[in-house]
Structures are given as structure tokens and as C-alpha cells.
Write a protein that binds this ligand. Structure first.
Ligand code: KG4
Ligand code: ZN
Length: 340
């Protein structure tokens, strides 16, 4: 059984082939980062246009790498939401046309379930129940995973996603887009003692989060430094360091609380921000201090990719699930609305 996975929810076109016994056969990715860079963020219309240019050549390339033909594919998984609607329509349209032509089943995958299962692509050591922290540019949420497909949202950001805060911080400091890797790189040269930024919402009970205040702290700190004539690279690095530490500490406090509240020992962290080394280290400490373990995908599977969609779709197809050819992708879609 080989599942073709197609991801097109935002600014990466990802394609992969997953085999039920041999695992991931091949995966390819086209990032639109360069296309959106001059606008400082993703332009939805440009994203859709680029997906349509890339998706079929990427499918051809992935098949070539895996030494397969279209006839070897037994099912097709595509990201059905949440995400940019025009971008989702491209992947869904191609996936379902192929499924119809090849007379094989199609399954619409929830993008966040793809992220959530990504760490399982390469290890079978992860078993539910566990707590999942999903941290990307569009989402920041803690999810209780009772079983595969049975998800309870324990808490989420009330405003910006953590990745969005990284991106806005980068934009403010003129570091370009996407901001996460740039902020993280500069933070390494930052003085850890120069600034301390607040850890938002940690003194309130519960597992909800907020990251928009941190962006305001960055803005005020930077403006003050500029007014004082101190707009150096070092100041930028010091601000990046304080910002990254505040995000890492906030996530650490909330993850600790979620593990204690559920009594689960395993923490699974995924989504673009989980590529961040400081955050990975800090969350590993949290899980280990509670005699548990933290799992992360390898960096290339932290950000959007086709492999996680192929894998999540493969599990659902194997369980006999199908998505009708008349299904519409959803810009908004709660993880809690998924069938088990
Ligand atoms: O999962 P993803 O590729 O797309 C969404 O579904 O949002 O996540 C992209 C986000 C961006 O906000 C990006 O700045 C952030 O992940 N990111 C990082 C790092 N690498 C990517 N944030 C912090 N540190 C990183 N190393
Ligand atoms: Zn994502």
C-alpha cells in the first residue's frame, strides 16, 4: 500500500510517498519563501498561483525518486484544512482528480493532525496517551491525545501564534521573513542578562497562552534603544535573546502544567517553531524533570511538508476512512471535530 501525500495549506508545496511497511519512500518540497519575502509575509493569491505551478512537477519528481509510477499508488492524502483556502483548493483539486482518474480512495487530512503525527514518521516509540504542543506560524495549542484521532484541545493562544510572534519580531528588527530562523540565529549572539521580557499569562491558571504582548515589548524596547542612539546589531541580538527566552519559558511552563494536569508522561512537540534549538532543549528538560520524555520531528519535518500528510492519510485510509470527492476544504477546522 503506497499513499501519495500532498500539502499546500500555506507557503510550501510538499509531496511524499509513504509505504505501509517500508515507511517514507520519498518526499519533495518547494518553499515559496523567496516569493513572499519582499512582502514580509505570505500573500495568499501568490501562494495559490505558485502551488498550481509546482504541484504536478513535484509529484513527478517524487515518483521518480521513489522509482514508482502513478499506478503503484493505492490512496491519496491531501491537506483539507485549516489554511489558506485558495492554496488548499490547489492540492485538493489535484489530489481528487488523480484519485478519480486512478479509481483509488482519497482522504482529506487535517493539517494540524499531520504536524501532530510527524514525530511518528521515524519512530514507533511514541504511544498515546500523550500531550502534544503544536507551535507553528498559524497555531499554538496544547492537545491531549487520548488515542490517534481522539484529541482534546487543552489550551491555545488567545491572540498571535508563537511563530507569528517570531515573524513579527523579525519584521520589526528588519531581519526578513520568515522570522523564526533569523531571530533564533541572532539570539545566539545576544547577552542573556541585558533584557528580561515578561512570560505572558503564566501566573493565570489554565493552559491558554498569549504572544501578542511580547511583540509590543520588542517594539517598545527597540524604539527606546533607537531613541538612545543604540540601534546596533548587538542590541538586536540582545532583544532576540530575551524574546526567544520568554517564548521558550512560557511554552515550558504551560507544557509542564499540561503534563501534570493530564498525568501523561510523553510530550510531543511539532510545527515550525519546534525546529528551534532553545525551545527543544527547554522542553526536553521539562519532560525529563517529570520522568517523562519529549519527542520532536527532525527539523525538515517540523515545518510544513508532504510526508506528515502522507503518513496521517495513510493511517486513516488503513482504518477504512475516505473523503468524498465533493468535500470542500476548510479554512478553519477544529482538531476536536475529527472522526476518531
Ligand atoms: O509549521 P509551519 O511551517 O507553517 C505553519 O503551519 O504555520 O511553521 C512556520 C513558522 C514560522 O512562523 C516560522 O518563523 C517558524 O515556524 N519557525 C521557527 C523556526 N523555524 C521556523 N520559529 C522559531 N525558531 C525556528 N528555528
Ligand atoms: Zn504547518
Amino acid at each position: 500500500m503506497i499513499t501519495l501525500g500532498i500539502e499546500s495549506s500555506c507557503d510550501e508545496t510538499g509531496v511524499a510517498l509513504y509505504h505501509d511497511t517500508d515507511g517514507l519512500l520519498a518526499h519533495t518540497l518547494h518553499s515559496q519563501v523567496a516569493l513572499h519575502a519582499e512582502y514580509g509575509g505570505v500573500v495568499p493569491e501568490l501562494a495559490s498561483r505558485d502551488h498550481i505551478r509546482r504541484v504536478v512537477p513535484l509529484i513527478q519528481e517524487t515518483l521518480r525518486q521513489a522509482n514508482c509510477t502513478l499506478q503503484d499508488i493505492s490512496g491519496i492524502a491531501y491537506t483539507a484544512g485549516p489554511g489558506l483556502l485558495g492554496a488548499l483548493l490547489v492540492g485538493a483539486g489535484v489530489a481528487r482528480s488523480l484519485a478519480y482518474a486512478l479509481d483509488i480512495p482519497a482522504i482529506g487530512v487535517h493539517h494540524m493532525e499531520g504536524h501532530l503525527l510527524a514525530p511518528m514518521l521515524e519512530t514507533d516509540a511514541i504511544q498515546p496517551p500523550f500531550v502534544a504542543l503544536l507551535v507553528s506560524g498559524g497555531h499554538t495549542m496544547l492537545v491531549g491525545v487520548e488515542a490517534l484521532g481522539r484529541y482534546t484541545v487543552l489550551g491555545e493562544t488567545l491572540d498571535d501564534a508563537a511563530g507569528e510572534a517570531f515573524d513579527k519580531t523579525a519584521k520589526l528588527l528588519g531581519l526578513g521573513y520568515p522570522g523564526g530562523p533569523a531571530v533564533s540565529k541572532l539570539a545566539q549572539q545576544g547577552d542573556p542578562d541585558r533584557y528580561t521580557f515578561p512570560r505572558p499569562m503564566v501566573d493565570r491558571p489554565g493552559l491558554d497562552m498569549s504572544f501578542s504582548g511580547l511583540k509590543t515589548t520588542v517594539l517598545n524596547t527597540w524604539n527606546k534603544a533607537v531613541t538612545a542612539g543604540d540601534d546596533s546589531e548587538q542590541t538586536k541580538a540582545d532583544i532576540c535573546r530575551a524574546f526567544e527566552t520568554a517564548v521558550a519559558e512560557t511554552l515550558a511552563i504551560k507544557c509542564k502544567r499540561a503534563l501534570q494536569q493530564t498525568g501523561y508522561r510523553t510530550l510531543v512537540v511539532s510545527g515550525g517553531v519546534s525546529a528551534n534549538t532553545t525551545i527543544r532543549q527547554r522542553l526536553t528538560q521539562v519532560a525529563e524533570a517529570l520522568r517523562g520524555e519529549a519527542f520532536f520531528p527532525r527539523p525538515e519535518f517540523c515545518t510544513d511538508n508532504g510526508a506528515m500528510i502522507a503518513y496521517a492519510g495513510h493511517l486513516r485510509l488503513k482504518a477504512g476512512q475516505r473523503t468524498g470527492l465533493d468535500f470542500s476544504p476548510r479554512a478553519r477546522w477544529s482538531l476536536e471535530d475529527l472522526p476518531p
